[in-house]
Structures are given as structure tokens and as C-alpha cells.
Design a binder for this molecule. Structure first.
Ligand code: DQA
Length: 141
């Protein structure tokens, strides 16, 4: 199974970004951990990160065209990007699976993080387990 693991804005800053919130693991650590977890499960995973909304939309279109499942951490776009939601909806509507992941538990944080516009079109959501959120998402796939 092919899986695109897509990380949104500011996740490239992991390790130095608010470590008290997001921990000390870097994005490179995330890439390495996902590679190990995917290999254990016989998944073909590719991790990408961008701060750019249109790039994420394009990658979701690519997932549809290449019949790839998706693990998506939309970061702040989670809370307000209808463009990303509409792109995510095409993935699940095509019969592919899309797991929304978050390192933190958005419901335990500021109220603007309590709404996910992605959640309703995702196959499921894993949030609050740090890097393990990705491991659990891959296990689900
Ligand atoms: C996040 C949670 C979002 O609210 C935030 O904007 C992020 C990261 C997480 O992984 O916990 O950038 O998606």
C-alpha cells in the first residue's frame, strides 16, 4: 500500500518550535520514525512537508491520481482551510483512506483549535500522542 504522509505549515520547525508543546523530536526524526513504522507494516510511505496551502491541495490531488492512502497533519489549516477540506474529500470519495493526525490534542488547547474542517471528510483521526499519532495512523492503514 502506498501512503503519502503530508505535514502542513510550521511542522518543518519541529524540535525548535515551542518544544514545551510539540516536544523535542525534529521533522527529520519524524521522517525516520515513519520510515521504520511503514517498513514494519509493509507500507510504502513517503513523508512531505510544506507551509504552502496550494502545495498540500496538489499533493491530495496526486494521492487520488496515484491511488495512495493519506496520513495528513494539516496543522493550522485544520481549523479553517475549506480548500484543503475539499481536496481531502476527493481522497475519501475516491475510496482511499485519509487519516487526520495531530501531535497534540487540539481539544485540550485554545478554542479556535476545537474545530476541524478536515475531520468530517477524513476516514478517522488520531490526535494527542506526539509522534506516536503517526504510528497509530499507519497501524490503522
Ligand atoms: C497540530 C495542531 C494544530 O492546531 C496546530 O496549528 C499545528 C499542529 C498538531 O499536530 O498538534 O500546527 O496539527
Amino acid at each position: 500500500t502506498r501512503v503519502l504522509v503530508l505535514n502542513g505549515p510550521n511542522l518543518g520547525r519541529l524540535g525548535s518550535r515551542e518544544p514545551e508543546v510539540y516536544g523535542s523530536a525534529t521533522h527529520a526524526d519524524l521522517v525516520a520514525a515513519v520510515a521504520d513504522w511503514a517498513a514494519e507494516r509493509g507500507l510504502e510511505a513517503e513523508v512531505r512537508q510544506t507551509d504552502d496551502e496550494s502545495q498540500l491541495v496538489g499533493w491530495l490531488h496526486e494521492a487520488v491520481d496515484t491511488r495512495s492512502d493519506v496520513v495528513l497533519n494539516p496543522a493550522a489549516f485544520t481549523h479553517y482551510s475549506y480548500a484543503l477540506r475539499d481536496a481531502a474529500a476527493q481522497v475519501t470519495s475516491a475510496g482511499l483512506r485519509l487519516v487526520e493526525v495531530h501531535l497534540t490534542n487540539p481539544y485540550a488547547r485554545e478554542s479556535f483549535r476545537h474545530l476541524s474542517v478536515i475531520g468530517p471528510v477524513a476516514t478517522g483521526t488520531v490526535a494527542g500522542f506526539g509522534l506516536d499519532s503517526y504510528r497509530l495512523a499507519l497501524a490503522a492503514l
